[in-house]
Design a protein around this ligand. Sequence first.
Ligand SMILES: [Zn+2]
Length: 232
Amino acid sequence: MRLPIIYNLDKGLSNGTTSSIKGILTSANLISASFLGVFCLTCDRLAQTAACRRNRVFAALLDNFTHGIIGSWTWAVVLGGNLNSTKNLRQIILAGILASCMDVDHFLAARSIHLKDATSLQQRPLFHMTTLIPVIAIISEIIICASGLHRLHYFPYLFTLSWFSHHIRDATRRGLWLWPFGSTPPVPYGMYIGLTLVLPFLIAILMSITGSPIHAVELHRVLHRVGGIQQV
Ligand SMILES: [Zn+2]
């Protein structure tokens, strides 16, 4: 498996961060990221067409589809483009679902199942708050460590990537909502494309630097010590 995560629970950090970064920056991964840029440009161009603007349902479906594919695609880049295992495919599908289903908060905030209500909100719905991402990521990390489910160590990173990719794309219209600090101005279109392409590499490098899942194991031990439970 060509995962960029280089930590082996038995052997420790085997190759070092430098070699893992080389593993991430493969030509296949860079080409894949470039095609992702073409995909974003194509979908966004399609969304600007008069036919799409006229049809609210089609526009919403296209928007949701684009978010989902970006989520899946970026996580596939994190995984080094390795689609040969069921585990990786499950993670890629999960990333897409998280990136696209985030917009369910429009309906929850509108308390309506009607698209017109969901897209006519005066305020931005909760899941679009960017400062919520690190909070959920840290809470999920603590839950994973406390419950000993170290095989899910990838989840906080996958979640961060999925939701942040969605936020960046939405930010071209309304900026990033950084409650309680306010909102940024709308993100320039080129910056959105650039961040979308760079983000999976940053996440993969972050996973290598944090030595995941070593920190998950350590945090699990700390939590058990704090809880007065015998260390596993
Ligand atoms: Zn959205």
